[in-house]
Design a protein around this ligand. Structure first.
Ligand code: HEC
Length: 124
């Protein structure tokens, strides 16, 4: 009986882990070619072509009233990025340019998952 209990515990925990890995993997796969994920290494910094996720999360949080508004902003920006909408200063845009629209490359539901993941994940 005890054995059965611990087995179901393991299964439950690995299910949880899998759920968070799903969003991380999606974020990596869809946006990671430009936005840095995980620990910053020198090699990653050398090929940086966009602000890292933590910088985005910080900016969006500062300018949104609540989490719902923050997710909405990220979804909209990812599909329709413009110079007027960007929260980044002129220097950032001069360095990286405006993000190309990801329309057709990622669905709205996928962006929502990614947005929640980057807003919640604190240390990266
Ligand atoms: C081809 C490179 C590239 C890809 C792929 C990319 N981005 Fe970006 N993204 C950028 C650049 C460059 C910026 C900074 C300039 C700007 O704000 O437009 C940026 C900025 C952003 C911002 C910040 C907007 C703001 O003003 O605060 C968000 C949010 C964002 N990206 C989300 C995403 C998401 C989500 C994905 C994946 C679905 C993604 N990006 C994929 C290049 C990219």
């Amino acid at each position: 009986m005890k054995k059965l209990l611990s087995l179901s515990l393991i299964l439950a925990t690995s299910g949880l882990l899998f759920a968070s890995d799903g969003a991380e993997e999606l974020a990596n796969q869809k946006c990671g070619s430009c936005h840095l994920m995980g620990a910053i290494t020198k090699e990653k910094l050398d090929r940086m072509v966009a602000p890292p996720y933590w910088a985005i999360a910080k900016k969006v949080k500062q300018s949104s009233d609540d989490k719902e508004a923050a997710v909405k902003f990220i979804v909209d920006y990812t599909l329709n990025p413009t110079q007027e909408k960007t929260l980044f200063p002129k220097e950032t845009i001069e360095k990286f340019g405006i993000m190309p629209s990801q329309k057709g490359l990622v669905t709205e539901d996928e962006i929502k998952l990614i947005a929640e993941y980057i807003l919640e994940k604190k240390a990266f």
